[in-house]
Design a protein around this ligand. Structure first.
Ligand SMILES: [Mg+2]
Length: 211
């Protein structure tokens, strides 16, 4: 096994709690939609959620706030993101894990969150990362095996020299694994099924050493 040089992190539900995005998608956008169409918040939320579901998380539009603001004709998304930035919150172990791992590895972010969201999400922790990749904004795709190979190329490393960790079985575990990357599945609040699954990022360092 090659030595891991780069450790890559998913963002939402991995480093950061989903609070900020939840607030934007399920409170902020429905509120604006209700106001614009003169309907109740509950009605607006039901309609908006139905439209999200029609698109679904397998299409890149799902992740694209510009697309949704245009679709719902809601004007400027910037003020909404600003208004919710106090809801951005890291999981408790993250700061310590990042400062410890950064002594040994180059750390990067590999996210399907868009460039509109990432400055808010990463505001407190950006300094730990050598590079931030947004699959949707930078490559117009979801986190596919082909995308992960482009990340490795971008970092000038072989897939076997990179580890990735994230909460999505499909996008953070199966896809990087298929690309030849050492993938770890984060199952917060669940249980670790095997030596490639974690219940907290605190276990990551030991797993990397124990490979
Ligand atoms: Mg995630």
């Amino acid at each position: 096994m090659g030595k891991i040089k780069v450790v890559s992190f998913d963002v939402e539900s991995t480093l950061l709690t989903p609070d900020f995005s939840q607030a934007v998608w399920y409170e902020g956008i429905p509120s604006l939609y209700a106001e614009k169409n003169g309907i109740s918040f509950e009605e607006a939320r039901a309609m908006v959620v139905k439209e999200y579901q029609e698109v679904g998380d397998q299409r890149r539009e799902w992740y694209d706030i510009k697309y949704w603001f245009e679709r719902f004709q809601l004007g400027d998304y910037q003020a909404l993101l600003e208004g919710y930035k106090h809801r951005v919150s890291c999981y408790p172990e993250v700061m310590e894990v990042l400062s410890s791992l950064s002594k040994e590895y180059t750390l990067i972010v590999v996210s399907s969150s868009t460039r509109e969201f990432l400055p808010y999400l990463l505001a407190e922790i950006e300094g730990h990362f050598a590079r931030v990749f947004s699959s949707v904004s930078d490559y117009g795709q979801l986190k596919t095996p082909a995308f992960y190979l482009k990340v490795c190329q971008g970092m000038g490393i072989l897939p076997c020299e990179m580890a990735h960790v994230g909460d999505s079985w499909q996008f953070d575990f199966l896809a990087p694994k298929e690309a030849g990357i050492e993938a770890f599945h984060l199952n917060r609040g669940g249980y670790a099924k095997n030596d490639k699954s974690l219940t907290s990022l605190a276990d990551l360092e030991a797993r990397l050493l124990g490979r």
